[in-house]
Design a protein around this ligand. Structure first.
Ligand SMILES: Nc1ncnc2c1ncn2[C@@H]1O[C@H](COP(=O)(O)OP(=O)(O)OP(=O)(O)O)[C@@H](O)[C@H]1O
Ligand SMILES: [Mg+2]
Length: 248
């Protein structure tokens, strides 16, 4: 469903992606791990077409990301941004139903609101949250609103950038289960970035570790523990000592 081939991206002299190759089969859940600042969010934004790679190709469902009908392409996606990226001036329900209130996915207003309330329920938020503004919510609640928005239009492909960061352990478990359900029940293809190893084990079919601008290791989650890869081992066990320098 998603294929990155030799993708390079630099910002000035900062060579972030240096030949990334990655394949995500349809209906599977891929989790990207790697140190802070290694380019995980940049890689994800390249797939969405929000950041343009310097070279290499990215295809989604066989189509080149940079060519073709942008609206039709984006209609396939749902995205949870790392920082939430909610619209401060809109009440929660209009944030969740954002895409259902305009463009090709447009629905009548009452229907869009009902869908928003149902999606809020799925992420553990009560209906009274619908009429609040993002600034009136806690950080974890804002995260869940972002997640509700990502799933609102029932996308075929869904991206989660740090879905459990800032959530308590129980709510993290709820969100992990929800992500699993979206993949298993809706048959969606998911790409998730996380530092939370519990989340990796709960939601991944496959794992890829980004380091030094390339995918250092990728494979099924069941093979993660005995990969024999020193970079992956250091990362999953959170060791200060190892090939990855803690200070850069
Ligand atoms: N729009 C941009 N302009 C310039 N540099 C950028 C831009 N976006 C990202 N970078 C740089 O690219 C590098 C990778 O950033 P990215 O956000 O992908 O990291 P990350 O792996 O997602 O880290 P974290 O785990 O902390 O979220 C960083 O050095 C960052 O400063
Ligand atoms: Mg990031």
């Amino acid at each position: 469903m998603i294929q990155l081939t030799d993708v390079h991206k630099a910002f000035g002299s900062n060579r972030v992606l240096r030949g990334v190759n990655l394949t995500i089969p349809k209906g599977t859940s891929m989790v990207i791990i790697g140190g802070s600042g290694t380019g995980k969010s940049v890689a994800l934004k390249c797939v969405l077409g929000l950041v343009r790679p310097d070279s290499g190709t990215i295809t989604v469902d066989g189509l080149n990301v940079e060519k073709g009908d942008r609206d039709a392409f984006l209609a396939k996606f749902g995205m949870l941004f790392q920082g939430g990226a909610l619209f401060d001036s809109l009440p929660v329900w209009q944030n969740v139903a954002f895409r259902l209130l305009r463009g090709s996915l447009k629905r009548p207003k009452d229907e869009a609101r009902e869908i928003a309330i149902e999606k809020l329920r799925r992420v553990g938020l009560k209906p009274d949250v619908a009429d609040k503004y993002p600034a009136e919510l806690s950080g974890g609640m804002q995260k869940r609103v972002g997640l509700a928005r990502a799933i609102a239009a029932e996308p075929e492909i869904i991206f989660f950038d740090e879905p459990t960061t800032g959530l308590d352990p129980i709510m993290s478990g709820v969100i992990n289960e929800l992500i699993r359900e979206i993949v298993v029940e809706m048959g969606a293809t998911a790409m998730t970035i996380t530092h939370d190893m519990t989340s990796v084990r709960a939601i991944a079919d496959n794992v890829a570790m980004l380091h030094d601008g390339v995918i250092k290791w990728t494979g099924p989650v069941a093979q993660m523990d005995d990969s024999g890869d020193p970079y992956l081992d250091q990362f999953i066990h959170g060791r200060a000592e190892g090939p990855i320098e803690a200070v850069r």
